[in-house]
Design a protein. Structure first.
Length: 189
């Protein structure tokens, strides 16, 4: 957008007639995009654009959370059912976006690729640790072996079955990676 047109847009946005306007912008990321949009970015910084709290737009919580998970390409997002999302939407997000962003990161670390129940969401929102063991007969060795196998499979999938690349993703030597594959009964893809 040419600079004179940016100025006219900002003048209009600062006026009373633009109360219910959503401004959506994008860039192709070209070499000179920063030079072109820098004046607009500086002027937009001075604008006072009201943004209602998440408690006033609870329907956005699900979409914001999904967007935050999608931005983390190195992690598989957790799976929330309808009831779990309902708990999230009913929650009073005191820190607004920042607390929702922190929650998204926590759920990625704790539940990446796994289902999350409404009770687990309540515990996380209530500050209780999800790492607390809920059963008496917990076999740590079996649990770690299962997690290691999932990690190896994920590395193989991300590398399209190329073992040397999968080993690099996993941070292991190729021979160590192959030995772990044999230990877990994994075949080449």
């Amino acid at each position: 957008m040419p600079v004179p047109l940016q100025h006219r847009l900002l003048t209009w946005l600062n006026g009373e007639q633009a109360q219910a306007v959503k401004l959506i912008a994008s860039s192709d990321g070209g070499d000179d995009s920063d030079r072109i949009i820098a004046p607009l970015r500086i002027r937009l910084h001075r604008l006072r654009v009201p943004c209602p709290a998440l408690s006033q737009r609870r329907g956005d919580v699900r979409f914001i959370l999904q967007h935050l998970w999608a931005a983390e390409r190195d992690h598989v997002p957790p799976i929330f059912d309808t009831e779990a999302f309902a708990v999230l939407q009913a929650h009073d997000w005191a820190g607004n976006y920042r607390s929702l962003r922190d929650f998204a990161g926590k759920t990625l670390r704790l539940f990446g690729g796994r289902s999350v129940s409404a009770d687990q969401v309540r515990r996380l929102l209530g500050g209780q640790s999800e790492r607390r063991l809920e059963c008496k007969n917990f076999d740590l060795k079996q649990h770690l072996a299962q997690e290691e196998k999932l990690f190896l499979v994920e590395s193989l999938l991300r590398s399209n079955g190329v073992i040397a690349s999968a080993a690099g993703i996993a941070g292991l030597k190729r021979t160590t990676f192959i030995a772990k594959m044999k230990r877990h009964g994994l075949a080449r893809i």
